[in-house]
Design a protein around this ligand. Structure first.
Ligand code: F6R
Length: 366
């Protein structure tokens, strides 16, 4: 049942090239530069005129939502707000009929996310769902939706369901851009052609497993860990920190790299591993200066870098490579080594990776 893997979590990490492919199947047409999302097709016209998108979710799904915010704003030019369902539902938020609410939930049963949907629905918003479990409560509450098709996820800490959510949000961003005309067909051809090959790049990212195990050995006894990134690297950092906390019980925080100097920098000593998302994209030079700030304080730097990188290698204690890709697809690749890092650290610490203490697969209480 674990397919030769020691844990479901590891099996599910390794399933990602396939789960991402399954998620895109029948939805992208790279040669034509077209995205088709049957689940939200009937709202294709409405998408041309919406004022705003509100994404509601909890935990890992909320991190996927933050990636969605970057991509939808970048490509479809629709303002997006990402809300914790539990905060949103107890406020008196401003919602109108011209709003689209996207509820993201792997299980489709999260109580706070369901309550947020119900409230937004009462106030007239259109509700889309992104869910992994067909027929769960959330897909039944929404007006339309897109399934992630990642297959059952047994490990309590979400891995393949997260990358599938990010894949769906990427497709939604491109779909909305196509509907609104904020993207050219030639640009879509270029992006979709690259997206089509992301599963192979995820496969390559998985090849760093042995190196990641070595790095894990070096930092497994830490009591704290920081994860820093910019742009879409920021939600990836949050997700990396959450995974580490959940399964290894090491205290970890994710921050936008530039926020470090506004507080967390005080924590940096030689005992403190700092994981950077330092790939070659628009924020590369800025991240490099953040790495220098950490090194100047003797922090231990573990960097996720683009294959072939030389600059970060001069500074970081350990570098883990991922294949080069358009910035839009960075989260799908940079998340992989972080999942493996938390997995190995947790195993080395003797933790129950598939069923961490105090956690449940679906949180049906408020
Ligand atoms: C973390 C994790 C949780 C869930 C959260 C929401 O690995 O899985 O943070 O993401 O409980 O669950 P869903 O997505 O089922 O609504």
């Amino acid at each position: 049942e674990k397919g030769g893997f020691d844990h479901f979590m590891l099996k599910e990490i390794y399933e990602q090239p396939r789960s991402i492919k399954d998620c895109m199947r029948g939805r992208i047409y790279p040669q034509e530069g077209k995205v088709q999302l049957g689940g939200i097709k009937e709202f294709a016209e409405k998408l041309k005129n919406i004022d705003r998108i509100i994404i509601v979710a909890c935990g890992t799904s909320w991190h996927a939502g933050l990636v969605g915010e970057y991509l939808i704003e970048e490509y479809a030019r629709i303002p997006v707000e990402v809300e914790y369902a539990s905060e949103f539902r107890y406020r008196n938020p401003i919602i109108t009929e011209k709003d689209v609410v996207i509820a993201i939930s792997q299980s489709g049963e999260t109580a706070d996310t369901m309550a947020a949907i119900e409230m937004a629905k009462e106030r007239g918003a259109t509700i889309f769902g992104i869910c992994n479990v067909a027929g769960a409560s959330i897909p039944r509450l929404t007006d339309a939706g897109v399934y992630t098709h990642a297959g059952p996820e047994i490990g309590v800490a979400s891995t393949k369901a997260f990358t599938a959510q990010v894949t769906v949000l990427t497709l939604m961003a491109f779909y909305m851009a196509q509907q609104k005309g904020t993207i050219t067909t030639s640009k879509l051809i270029e992006l979709l052609t690259e997206l089509d090959h992301i599963p192979e790049k995820v496969e390559l990212a998985l090849e760093s497993n042995d190196l990641i195990k070595e790095v894990s050995e070096k930092i497994k006894d830490s009591t704290n860990c920081l994860f820093l990134g910019r742009g879409t690297g920021f939600p990836v950092a949050l997700e990396g920190a959450l995974k580490l906390k959940e399964i290894s019980y090491i205290h970890a925080e994710g921050y936008p790299a530039a926020e470090m100097k506004h507080g967390p920098i005080a924590l940096i000593t030689e005992e403190m591993p700092v994981v950077f998302i330092a790939t070659q994209n628009s924020s590369y030079e800025k991240v490099i200066s953040n790495i220098q700030e950490v090194k100047a304080r003797k922090g231990k730097v573990i960097a996720i870098v683009t294959a072939g990188d030389t600059e970060v290698k001069k500074m970081a204690d350990y570098c883990i490579e991922i294949p080069d890709a358009n910035e839009a697809f960075l989260p799908l690749l940079a998340t992989i080594p972080l999942q493996l890092l938390s997995y190995h650290i947790a195993v080395m610490r003797g933790c129950n990776v598939d069923q961490p203490r105090n956690l449940a697969k679906s949180v049906t209480v408020e």
